[in-house]
Design a protein around this ligand. Sequence first.
Ligand SMILES: Cc1cc2nc3c(=O)[nH]c(=O)nc-3n(C[C@H](O)[C@H](O)[C@H](O)COP(=O)(O)OP(=O)(O)OC[C@H]3O[C@@H](n4cnc5c(N)ncnc54)[C@H](O)[C@@H]3O)c2cc1C
Length: 392
Amino acid sequence: MSPLARQHETVIIGGGIAGLACARQLHDNGRPFLLITEDVGGRIHTSADGTVNLGAYYVTSDYHHVNRFVDRGRRIRWRRVLRGDQDGSFTRGNMPLLLHPLQAIRFLRLMREFRHHHETFKQDCLLISQDQAIRADPLLWGLYEEEAPEFIHRHRIEDIARSYLAPGAQGTAFTSVDRLTAFTLLVGVLPTITPAFEYTFRFDLLMSGFEEAVVLDSVTDITPNADRYSIRTRNQGSFSATNVVVATPIDVSARLLDLGLLKGPNYAHTFLIRGNLRRPWAQATYSLFPEGDPTLGIARQNGGSILFCSVSEDPDFGHYFSTWEVVEHQHWNPAFHLEGDILLECEQGPGLYLVGDHNVCNLEDSYVTGVYAANHILGDSGAAKRGTRHDA
Ligand SMILES: Cc1cc2nc3c(=O)[nH]c(=O)nc-3n(C[C@H](O)[C@H](O)[C@H](O)COP(=O)(O)OP(=O)(O)OC[C@H]3O[C@@H](n4cnc5c(N)ncnc54)[C@H](O)[C@@H]3O)c2cc1C
């Protein structure tokens, strides 16, 4: 069917990892669709010179779906990370863990158990919604309902939380630990116990065979209409579909679907810099900062450029650099929604699906939500053919 035909079985709105995952799964099972998106990639965004990801920065070895579509780059080694403490000092690598060995043992045990449950959860989410899968696992559901500070106190890991987890949360979640649930905190710090890598995303592989089904446009409205949905766009007029998969950032989805409460938003500015870092940041590959610091992270790239991430639009670069030139700047407004325990259901009506990172924020969990929606559309025959389940 021509992409610009007006009637479709399925329309996917949004061409980030979640929408593209849905498209990949439908295409692999021989089902037609139209994908309408403002851009391809969404928050996977590489600098114009192709050297650094200014949005999603790393993948981990647990990203079983996403890893099929990336060229892995440098491994993120924690011994090369400098972590800032509230007192202004910086410690290298796993020093905060070594200083508190009993807390470190308790923390690593908790992380191992969490990782195991998270792996099973992702498998389950291919066939049941995230909402149902979290509620079905007492450990995950407990963590989703527990505030992170309570969790930290209950497990007596306060020192590690301050000197190790807080800079990690600042660098990956762009917020402070006390604004997160225990579940979101542990998802955010999973890369500390899982091999993590920089990457180049291969959209050519992910989109292979369905490039023609993608239309660049902006959806302004979704209206139920008898047994179909009418989808209005800014430039190409209206389309109709039996199934609609909404894979836009959650603030946009909330507008399109008239959703109620959302998690709180987090903001960031990422800058690609050419210049010379001052000490101590010049001596580390990655630098993380204490809670409340406007700087979120610094990553020195192999080619000599530097990724600088801040909550400020106009950071005090002179504090960190002896010389600098801003080559590129990206404002993530918002970057994601992480604060609070709102849990949204994927099925928003008959044939109407909400996918993306609104419940669990990272590339792999977002991918899985897209596959889930596709599997639902495919029904039994699709589930039998889905072929994307990974045995642990
Ligand atoms: C700075 C930053 C760093 C991150 N770091 C990591 C990391 O290192 N590792 C990790 O796993 N995750 C990371 N994340 C999170 C990760 O990027 C997201 O969880 C994931 O990309 C979400 O994918 P998505 O498809 O749900 O949404 P998006 O990628 O936002 O895709 C949404 C799509 O919808 C389209 N769209 C929006 N509005 C409309 C409309 N009205 N009509 C049509 N289309 C529309 C957009 O053009 C876009 O293509 C990071 C995010 C940010 C911002």
